[in-house]
Write a protein that binds this ligand. Structure first.
Ligand SMILES: *Cc1c(COP(=O)(O)O)cnc(C)c1O
Length: 448
């Protein structure tokens, strides 16, 4: 049951078909180049795109903009202590700022960093410190049909293998990402977090949890992990995070705000070391590049994120959206994760080989047919990797309703009906950094 009503609304409209065709062409068949006003339902990302509550707006107005020791920072400190269980917090302008502070403090050149799956900015920050990011997902993560409750888990066997390979001295840090964003937003069990903690102790490594979606993860645990079924989501979240030496957080996810992030820890030495780097890159450690008002709103958002009336509604809405798509015949990654539905465009458009980007073709058709914006996470976004041709439809928090999701499902159904007529795409211009090409590259349909 949806546990909120609207107090403020924003108009959206579906541009005409002619206009969508023209927009698509002008955008070089890259939906990152579309004006947001020309998009009807925007499922590009769940990052910073959600709606704040009236309590958050109220906190925003009462934000304290003092450079040092603001009242808003005190509110954040107590929210992080109550909700996540850490006594020290360092704000940052967003998640990647927090990553720079923490990983820049912990890593040196030549280090190897295992993670269940690195999110792209995490991978980049590890690499930027001269480290080597290594993914250790469980096998079942790559099977879009496998019915497993925790496909986001870290593989302990793989973790051990990596450490045996390079030696314990080169692994000063282990990271676990909950939920596992890059693996279709799949959750991680508390038992798995415990076992990674034990392993980190065994090799004397620091254990960091990337906690961007810690509340959604706890909601899954409360539904799926026998030991915790029916237990309070807030209590589960605290228990899972209690195994970490530190967390990195993007407030744009389960902080329920449009900007911000932080590092949190109980370790006084690590806190002192992080503070120095925070001043260099983010700002004085009681604001870290955030406005006091945004810190105040994030403090409220963290508390709201673990309210069961909010978070169960959140994961249920995403799950229901996944079912709507599956019901019209769209191949969907199962089970549906916490923040997005992932479609398998390689199967949906099986006549298109990966060289002509079936995922990107599907993304363009969703816009052409219904003004819907998603994002390709297949051969176009990840050149030279052997990945399934996935399209992500991310769901902004507290923003869209059932009718919107129905429109997306109907749009996807229309794409499927004309699937044989969907042509592949070729790249006409691309940036120098191949890893970033999906943000800016231009494409063109290949005439059939
Ligand atoms: C979004 C995200 C980040 C980075 O956060 P930003 O606020 O976008 O900089 C890091 N890790 C994970 C798992 C994320 O989803």
């Amino acid at each position: 049951m949806v546990a909120f009503k609207s107090k403020m609304v924003e108009s959206i409209s579906l541009p005409s078909r002619d206009r969508r065709e023209r927009n698509l062409e002008a955008a070089g068949y890259n939906v990152f180049n579309l004006d947001a006003d020309e998009v009807f339902i925007d499922l590009l990302t769940d990052s910073g795109t959600g709606a704040m509550s009236d309590a958050q707006w109220a906190a925003l107005i009462r934000g304290d903009e003092s450079y040092a020791g603001s009242r808003s920072f005190d509110r954040l400190e107590s929210a992080v202590a109550d909700v996540m269980g850490f006594s020290h917090v360092i704000p940052a302008h967003q998640g990647r700022g927090a990553e720079n502070v923490l990983y820049g403090t912990l890593l040196s050149s030549g280090d190897v960093v295992p993670n269940n799956t690195h999110f792209d900015t995490t991978r980049a920050h590890v690499a930027n410190q001269g480290g080597e990011p290594v993914d250790c997902p469980v096998e079942v993560a790559f099977d879009p049909d496998a019915d497993d409750p925790f496909k986001g888990n870290t593989s302990l066997a793989r973790l051990r293998e990596v450490v045996d390979d390079v030696g314990t001295e080169r692994v000063p840090l282990i990271v676990q990402t909950i939920t596992n964003n890059s693996t279709a937003g799949q959750p991680v069990s508390v038992e798995n977090t415990r076992r990674v903690r034990e392993f980190a102790d065994e090799i004397d490594a620091t254990f960091v949890v990337d906690a961007c979606r810690f509340a959604e993860n706890a909601a899954f645990v409360s539904r799926r992990e026998a030991e915790f079924v029916g237990e309070d989501v807030g209590a589960i979240a605290r228990e899972q995070l209690s195994y970490a030496d530190a967390v990195v957080m993007s407030g744009k996810k389960d902080g329920l705000v449009n900007a911000g992030g932080f590092v949190a820890t109980d370790d006084p030495d690590l806190y002192e070391r992080c503070k120095e780097r925070a001043i260099l890159y983010e700002g004085f450690p009681t604001y870290g590049g955030m406005a006091g008002r945004d810190i105040a709103a994030m403090a409220v958002g963290l508390r709201e994120a673990v309210e069961e009336s909010y978070v169960f509604d959140r994961i249920d809405a995403v799950d229901e959206f996944g079912s709507m798509l599956a019901d019209v015949g769209v191949p969907v990654y199962e089970p549906v994760g916490g923040h997005a539905v992932y479609l398998d465009a390689g199967t949906a458009l099986s006549h298109l080989p990966c060289e002509v980007f079936p995922g990107q073709a599907f993304v363009c058709e969703l816009y052409r047919e219904g003004g819907v914006r998603g994002v390709e996470l297949g051969s176009f976004a990840f050149p030279d990797t052997d990945r399934p041709e996935l399209v992500r439809l991310a769901v902004p928090r507290r923003t869209y309703h059932r009718e919107h999701f129905e429109h997306v499902a109907e749009t996807a159904e229309r794409v499927l009906e004309k699937r044989e007529r969907v042509s592949g795409l070729e790249i006409t211009s691309e940036p120098e950094i191949a890893e970033l090409r999906h943000f800016t590259a231009g494409l063109e349909p290949i005439p059939s």
